[in-house]
Design a protein around this ligand. Structure first.
Ligand SMILES: [Zn+2]
Length: 131
């Protein structure tokens, strides 16, 4: 016998009713908690993924990422903000990149004049040891 998952619209409690197939749609389903007939069948289990919601919220904070490719100044601001949030000294090259971005220089131009910096992020840390 199939069981149907219901949500009471009056007291907002969930309950399960066992209803034979042939009776489904014919029998009145009343809430066992408050007796209300204002009940709604829940189709399956709708997972409200909270983690996804919060992820979307954090993304909405980054709306200004749109068009960064075309806006070096915005990119520079974002990189400066990121570095201040990380709280670490990012190195003189990082600061130079940010300065140039904020001056309106295109990322491509900066990449060409600072090939080492953009070459491979994983090598950057070891490079700083040479100072
Ligand atoms: Zn109820």
């Amino acid at each position: 016998m199939p069981d149907y998952d219901y949500l009471c619209q009056t007291c907002h409690k969930r309950f399960v009713r066992f209803i034979p197939y042939q009776d489904y749609g014919k029998v009145e389903v009343a809430c066992p908690h408050c007796g209300s007939l204002e009940v709604q069948r829940r189709i399956g289990r709708i997972r409200v993924t909270r983690s996804e919601d919060s992820r979307l919220e954090s993304f909405s904070d980054m709306d200004d990422l749109d068009g960064l490719e075309e806006d070096p100044r915005a990119l520079g601001r974002m990189m400066r903000k990121m570095s201040s949030e990380v709280g670490e000294e990012m190195g003189s090259e990082f600061n130079e990149v940010v300065d140039r971005l904020e001056a309106g220089q295109s990322p491509d131009d900066i990449e060409q004049s600072l090939p080492d910096y953009f070459d491979d992020g994983s090598d950057a840390a070891s490079g700083f040891d040479d100072f």
